[in-house]
Design a protein around this ligand. Structure first.
Ligand code: GAR
Length: 217
């Protein structure tokens, strides 16, 4: 079966991109990354893509007069590369509603919180300020409102009494690296659909297990 052709948009270090590159390096994985685009020149993630033998582009938002013009350049690059599906991986630009609609149900994002809690920047500071005992991360389809859209996968991690934003972000990041390839693989297998703005995953109707923090005696 043909592999899903994926474009990944990044702005920085690219550890989530790396988890996707690693998954796609497996011959049995149903997706391949055909283009990585950074809006930040010199982003570390570009080097990760190059080392994996993946095509890269830098499309610097500062060189465009407005958001729609920048988004049009992204759209053109994705289409020229034959991209079918887009993963945002630490891409720190808000996309215009038009761009989001063009890629509706063909664009996903990873966010370092259990959405709909703690949208926007500094998710772990928000989680610590709220005193939650479980933090986590979410992969979701992109909709025009920031950090919203049908949820495909989530992972929860416990918050420790001595956590700061850095230690909690590191624990959440490990979970991000597990659920992003998981979600992309399910989509590329054709098992994920959006029904009434909620995700249905074929063959995964039941779930089991409870993560409790504090641990039971
Ligand atoms: C990740 O924690 C990702 O969830 C977050 O930025 C980080 C990027 O790290 N994304 C957002 O906050 C988007 N709202 P990475 O460049 O190492 O993948």
């Amino acid at each position: 079966m043909a592999r899903l052709k994926v474009g990944v948009l990044i702005s920085g270090r690219g550890t989530n991109l790396q988890s996707l590159l690693d998954a796609c390096a497996e011959p049995a994985f149903p997706a391949e990354i055909v283009l990585v685009i950074s809006n930040q020149p010199g982003a570390a993630g570009l080097g990760r893509a190059e080392r994996a033998g993946c095509a890269t582009r830098t499309i610097n938002h500062r060189e465009y007069p407005d958001r729609p013009a920048f988004d049009a350049a992204l759209d053109q690059a994705l289409n020229e590369a034959g991209v079918d599906f887009v993963c945002l991986a630490g891409f720190m630009r808000v996309l215009s509603a038009g761009m989001v609609e063009r890629w509706r149900d063909r664009m996903i994002n990873i966010h370092p919180s259990l959405l709909p809690s703690f949208k926007g920047l500094h998710a772990q500071d928000q989680a610590l300020a709220a005193g939650v005992r479980l933090a986590g991360c979410t992969v979701h389809f992109v909709r025009p409102a920031t950090d919203s859209g049908p949820i495909i996968a989530q992972a929860a991690v416990p918050v420790s009494g001595d956590d700061d934003a850095g230690s909690l972000a590191a624990r959440v990041l490990e979970a991000e690296h597990r659920i992003y390839p998981l979600a992309l693989g399910l989509i590329a297998e054709g098992r994920v659909s959006v029904v009434d703005e909620k995700v249905v995953i074929a063959g995964m109707e039941t779930a089991a297990g409870t993560l409790i923090n504090p641990a039971e005696a």
